[in-house]
Ligand binder design. Structure first.
Ligand code: TXA
Ligand code: MG
Length: 335
């Protein structure tokens, strides 16, 4: 049966809606929740059986740990231990917000949440309904992005319903997400700290508080990864994505025109000013925050429109584009 999509006011969530979702969480069910980054697939983080349902619904491999979501920083010692002062500085600066901190875990967090690691990823999301839900349920929420494993993350309740609607109890709909790509993941259990995933908080913003942060080198083949979730292909639509450099656009336009003439559905996603008669042209924003907000919606739209091949213009090499470039690279990596 398809999960009901229940609208909730993003600023002033109705207490009866929050109570309905909280009752499901306490009973061990799965609820899709809004955050500022992407929609999450939430369960009681202290209930191993409920968390097992997350992995089953997503088809997610057990080696990939989940992020634990809190409502208030005062609850951090419930889930993490040996919290360094810098974690509290980062929390004061960026929470609620798109930053996940990897810390040493408390034993109350079940192994299945952390994939057996002695660390736990924690964040406080900006969404009022989701924080109200955490307070009402009285437990932290384990929540990955609410998509099927390796597919495009959801930035709306409709995206969640498409991929997981028949596997969960309820979808809380607070409208489209505002950041649009996942949180930055920062490991504070190493010296210096390691940036495991670029996201809504930039490396520059972190380094202003922390000093130098390292970025682990990409890992090839089956070698162990610094973060278990660092898979090369991820966030991918069914549409084949081909990236091109801004200088290569004449050749790409010719190729797109040839494919369109041969009857294939094509799209060209560009942030720079390409000619308006470019076949299948879809304009992307030319600023990184706006681009991030629209990216997953665009990838979902390519699938909805059954586009067979999409040519995507590479984004500028500037660090401000790191998180978007990471998602585009992984979405366009062939299987
Ligand atoms: O914005 C977000 O972070 C969204 C919303 C729902 O909060 N969540 C999300 O979760 O993107 P997920 O499961 O799709 O990605 C979590 C990432 C994975 O790459 C995972 O490996 C990493 O965080 N992670 C979680 N716990 C970790 C840990 N203890 N050590 C290292 N990496 C960890
Ligand atoms: Mg994910």
């Amino acid at each position: 049966m398809a999960a009901p999509i229940v609208p909730v006011d993003p600023a002033h969530p109705a207490p009866d809606v929050v109570a309905r979702a909280a009752a499901l969480i306490v009973a061990g069910s799965l609820v899709a929740v809004p955050t500022e980054t992407v929609y999450g697939l939430a369960a009681n983080a202290l209930d191993a059986g409920a968390v097992a349902r997350i992995y089953a619904a997503k088809g997610r491999p057990a080696f990939n740990p989940l992020i634990v979501h809190l409502a208030d920083v005062a609850d951090l010692p419930r889930v993490a231990r040996e919290i360094p002062p810098v974690a509290l500085e980062l929390a004061a600066r960026f929470w609620p917000g798109p930053l996940t901190l990897v810390l040493h875990r408390q034993p109350v967090i079940p192994d299945i949440v952390t994939a057996g690691l002695d660390t736990v990823g924690v964040r406080i999301p900006r969404s009022e309904p989701t924080r109200a839900l955490i307070r009402a349920a009285g437990v932290p929420l384990a929540a990955p992005s609410a998509n099927t494993w390796t597919r495009t993350s959801p930035t709306s309740a409709a995206h969640v319903a498409q991929q997981l609607g028949d596997k969960i109890a309820l979808i809380l709909d607070a409208g489209p997400t505002t950041v649009g790509i996942e949180s930055t993941v920062l490991d504070l259990t190493t010296t210096p700290p390691r940036l495991l995933r670029p996201g809504g908080v930039s490396r520059e913003q972190l380094e202003a508080v922390l000093g130098p942060v390292t970025i682990p080198a990409p890992v090839e083949g089956d070698a162990p990864r610094p973060s278990p979730g660092m898979v090369k292909r991820h966030y991918a639509p069914n549409t084949t994505l081909c990236r091109f450099g801004t200088g290569e656009h004449p050749a790409v336009l010719a190729e797109a025109a040839a494919q369109a003439a041969a009857g294939r559905r094509v799209a060209v996603l560009a942030w720079s000013a390409l000619p308006a008669d470019t076949p299948g042209l879809r304009r992307m924003p030319d600023a990184p925050a706006a681009y991030a907000r629209e990216l997953y919606g665009m990838l979902h739209a390519l699938d909805d429109d059954r586009v067979e091949v999409a040519f995507i213009e590479d984004v500028p090499r500037d660090p401000a584009w790191d998180a978007v470039r990471d998602r585009l690279t992984r979405a366009s990596t062939p299987t």
